[in-house]
Ligand binder design. Structure first.
Ligand SMILES: Nc1ncnc2c1ncn2[C@@H]1O[C@H](COP(=O)(O)OP(=O)(O)OP(=O)(O)O)[C@@H](O)[C@H]1O
Ligand SMILES: [Mg+2]
Length: 465
């Protein structure tokens, strides 16, 4: 092991020979080992010292080993416990895992394996503790309250936040829906010298195309039909503060040109007015689609892209940082119980496993909603069980556009069936979006160029046929 302080392990085993063999083997691997012969013995040792790990025999003379395990983990939730048991004890061993043991060994087992399991478990715990310490240190310099995550990917996000918050640079936050783009934008503002000035958010996709310009830049009275009163735009509202433009990708090319001009000139004119307004804003933009790909397709202006992409902050989807799921679950359970005035619920191992296995297409927002649902249906139960999770998370459907496949006796031509499916998907996508290639591509998770490529091939083969 690499640590300077040897990891400590308590071996609880009534069989003297086995106890000694385990002790010797662990000591040979660099552990500091303490021994207990009975549950009572283990109890007083646990009272006196926080061991890093424990090896526990479930069949103790004076008590159930599971009770000792419970005591140890209640006292020291971080302790890594491995259960040893004879063949007959397999069901108890499974129960032990559910109660928080990291592994079990059926006698006779390989001593090396026991040491390896403990080593890996304790190493992982130390790493987590170091990350937590890093997080805490970062917390001194940067207020990231409410942003949960210890994964390497999130550490990078925290470093980027620290770097960029004090500056005026434009930031482009990229991430799938629900990955926390707005949260990150607000955090940057909160940590910037502008924190006492306004933070103004504008979602370019939530406003009808024709009104985006007036919303952003404001308009004069009577500037267009329906413009009864003059209106102050978001740029003016955000003056001296931060303007957050969400879903910037949904702006039309014409609007992109206007936004670019405003950013270059650092001034705007209200629609229907020719009095320029000089603004001083820090801009943060967000997108859930790949702007670079849109630039390649010609649907997003390259010059605007470079103006926005000064400091890119990519937010990883939740499925790429599963190690954060347990932390987020804990955070949202606490939050939801607090908000609803309920006593704190725990999450069963089985429920946590379901949550960790799921793919989370809606990312953190979806996880937050799932937990809120589970807390609501938990009723008087203190523990969240798998049955309390939303149905689609418990039983994720394999998304399959095509129904069950039947293969006829005579077999099929694989290639031509595949082309047929491809053709149906492409044409189906276009039909569903009224022929809009960009939307169809998004629907099918293809780039627009790929879709057009395939479309050419399809129409080629149709006219050839
Ligand atoms: N790292 C995180 N820790 C804790 N909560 C988070 C984290 N990231 C996001 N959230 C929470 O998840 C929810 C969704 O976040 P947010 O609205 O910032 O996502 P978004 O990327 O802007 O989503 P959309 O693309 O749908 O607009 C919010 O309630 C937010 O507080
Ligand atoms: Mg958002």
């Amino acid at each position: 092991m690499r640590q300077t302080v040897p990891p400590t392990v308590l071996v609880v085993e009534d069989d003297a020979d086995l106890r000694q063999i385990i002790t010797d083997s662990l000591e040979a691997r660099g552990f500091a080992v303490a021994q207990a012969l009975t549950a009572a013995d283990a109890h007083s040792r646990l009272e006196a010292f926080a061991y890093d790990g424990m090896v526990i025999d479930l069949g103790l003379p004076d008590a159930d080993g599971l009770d000792v395990l419970d005591e140890a983990l209640t006292r020291y939730p971080q302790m890594r416990c491995v259960v040893v048991t004879g063949w007959g004890g397999a069901p108890e061993a499974v129960r032990a895992i559910k109660r928080g043991a990291i592994d079990f060994m059926i006698k006779p087992f390989q001593l090396v394996q026991l040491a390896q399991v403990l080593e890996a478990g304790i190493n992982e715990r130390r790493l987590q503790a170091e990350n937590a310490a890093l997080h805490a240190r970062l917390g001194d310099r940067l207020s990231v309250s409410g942003i949960i995550g210890r994964s390497a990917a999130m550490q990078q996000v925290f470093s980027a936040l620290e770097l960029v918050s004090p500056m005026k640079s434009t930031v482009l936050v990229q991430g799938e829906s629900g990955t926390g783009k707005e949260l990150i934008a607000r955090t940057i503002h909160k940590n910037s010298p502008r924190r006492d000035q306004p933070f103004v958010a504008f979602n370019a996709a939530a406003v009808p195309e024709g009104l985006v310009e007036a919303e952003l830049f404001g308009h004069a009275r009577g500037a267009f039909t329906g413009a009864v009163n003059a209106r102050v735009g978001r740029f003016e509202l955000a003056d001296k503060g931060t303007l957050f433009i969400d879903e910037v990708s949904s702006m039309s090319l014409a609007l992109q040109a206007k936004l670019l001009r405003a950013l270059q000139e650092r001034e705007i004119e209200r629609v229907g007015e020719s009095k320029p307004f000089k603004f001083d804003i820090r801009l943060i933009a967000a997108t859930n689609v790949d702007l670079r790909a849109m630039v390649k397709e010609g649907t997003f202006r390259e010059d605007l892209f470079y103006r926005l992409n000064v400091v890119p902050i990519p937010l990883p989807p939740l499925r790429h940082r599963r190690e954060d799921i347990a932390l987020l679950v804990q955070h949202f359970v606490e939050k939801s119980c607090r908000n609803n005035g309920l006593p704190l619920r725990t999450v069963s191992q089985a429920a946590l496993r379901v949550l960790m296995d799921y793919s989370w297409p809606g990312n953190i927002r979806q996880l937050e909603n799932a937990i809120e649902y589970a807390v609501a249906v938990s009723g008087a139960e203190r523990e969240i069980l798998p049955s309390m999770l939303p149905e689609d998370i418990r039983n994720p459907e394999q998304v399959s556009a095509i129904g069950p496949v039947t293969i006829p006796e005579e077999g099929v031509d694989f290639q031509s069936v595949m082309s047929q499916i491809e053709r149906d998907l492409i044409l189906g996508g276009l039909r569903k979006t009224g022929g809009n290639k960009r939307q169809a591509a998004r629907l099918l998770n293809l780039s627009r160029t790929t879709l057009i490529d395939k479309l050419h091939r399809i129409s080629g083969s149709m006219s050839a046929a």
